[in-house]
Design a protein around this ligand. Structure first.
Ligand SMILES: *Cc1c(COP(=O)(O)O)cnc(C)c1O
Length: 384
């Protein structure tokens, strides 16, 4: 079936997947093989060596590309390996403009790996378009957007960044990990590249580490596949199979993440011990209008701070959680919680951290798809 012109829920189940040509197996088999027999020299079925292409990975790459409304997909050993591939498309002297509240690992690969090869990175508040425009020059080759951001849930206007990128001849890449294509499709808004930490919502079950890129630009795609094959940070057939399975329920999972997220955000907002709640669905969220414009719903990621802003109090609440589990990562079916100031963002100097809103009492929730009554009960007993 050609699912390209179908709706999202149909695509999630059918995209990229065809019955196995040799057996009719409805599920794409785990092709656990490194190489492929050739009938004669140069005569093969499209697969020569599994770093270059593997049928299970290939099915997944087609599926993710289709969900993002893109033409070409590539999967990598992690989200960071996917980012690594994008920056390797640049040359010494090229400049990148990025958000100032970027995922820590993206900041680390930019500043500690690629800066020394002569690529310049700028980090700005992308909600102030003039700050981005001020930095644009002839060397600007890439604008890197993440939206919503972690853990402050800021929203960047993708169409506006695409406009600036087009004007200066740079590519726009969007880290779509938090939103997933169910909530927003950056290529439709003018982005050239979409990046995913598949580890999070696309995989959805906290059992795989993987990254992906999608583009519709043939020149970018040629570079993407050349680097994927040359650097070799590919993902395994078993992991590809697990994500193919995860994708089939992406729409169902995200619907429930959003539903539960909205209820948790509203409940927290009304609690006497809670100071601020960061969730783009609130009308008074500073970027609510942009979120409404470019997203179909507001997701299940929420951060909140406590009145009095005591770190010990945040730690005590987190120790009492029973359903919310203390762990890094996000986007799985189970609810997780983390303390950004001491976990994911500990490497950022305290002053910079506070200025970005990552205060000592800030608690981040990845709201899962459990029964909402148990999630609210858990929050109530932990905050009591
Ligand atoms: C986790 C994450 C990454 C990195 O992905 P890995 O799969 O952990 O390498 C990049 N961006 C965002 C927004 C993330 O949450």
């Amino acid at each position: 079936m050609n699912s390209k012109n179908k709706h999202f829920g149909t695509k999630a189940i059918h995209a990229g997947v065809e019955p196995d040509p040799t057996t009719g197996a409805i599920m794409t088999p785990i092709y656990q093989t490194s190489t492929y027999v050739q009938e004669e020299v140069g005569k093969h079925k499209g697969y020569e060596y599994s770093r270059t292409l593997n049928p299970t990975r290939h099915a997944l790459e087609k599926a993710i590309a289709e969900l993002e409304n893109g033409k070409f997909g590539a999967c990598f050993g992690s989200g960071l390996a996917a980012i690594d591939c994008v920056i390797k498309m640049l040359n010494p002297g090229d400049e990148v403009i990025s958000t100032n509240d970027l995922y820590g690992g993206s900041y680390r690969i930019f500043t500690t790996i690629f800066a020394k090869y002569g690529i310049r990175f700028h980090f700005v508040n992308m909600n102030d378009t003039s700050e981005v425009e001020k930095l644009v020059n002839d060397n600007t080759k890439l604008i890197w957007v993440e939206t919503p951001t972690n853990p402050m849930m800021n929203i960047v206007d993708i169409a506006e960044m695409a406009r600036i990128a087009k004007k200066c001849g740079a590519w726009l890449a969007v880290d779509n990990t938090f939103a997933t294509p169910y909530l927003q499709t950056p290529l439709d808004l003018g982005a050239d590249i979409v990046m995913h930490s598949v580890t999070k919502y696309l995989g959805g079950h906290s059992d795989v580490v993987m990254g992906a890129l999608v583009t519709s630009n043939e020149n970018i795609a040629a570079e993407m596949y050349r680097i994927q094959n040359s650097s070799g940070a590919v993902t395994a057939p078993m992991d590809s199979f697990l994500v193919l399975r995860g994708l089939k329920t992406l729409h169902l999972r995200i619907q429930r993440h959003c539903e539960n997220g909205a209820k948790v955000a509203q409940w927290l907002q009304g609690h006497p011990k809670v100071d601020k709640v960061y969730w783009p669905g609130f009308e008074n969220h500073p970027n609510h209008a942009i979120a409404k414009k470019q997203m179909n719903d507001f997701g299940g990621m929420i951060s909140f701070s406590l009145k009095g802003n005591k770190m010990e109090e945040a730690h005590a609440i987190m120790a009492k959680f029973e359903v919310f589990t203390l762990a890094e990562s996000l986007g799985g079916v189970e609810s997780l919680t983390c303390h950004p100031a001491t976990m994911t963002h500990a490497a950022i100097p305290a002053e910079e951290r506070q200025a970005a809103g990552i205060v000592d009492s800030l608690i981040r929730l990845s709201v899962g798809v459990e029964d909402i009554r148990d999630l609210l009960d858990d929050l109530a007993q932990a905050l009591a």
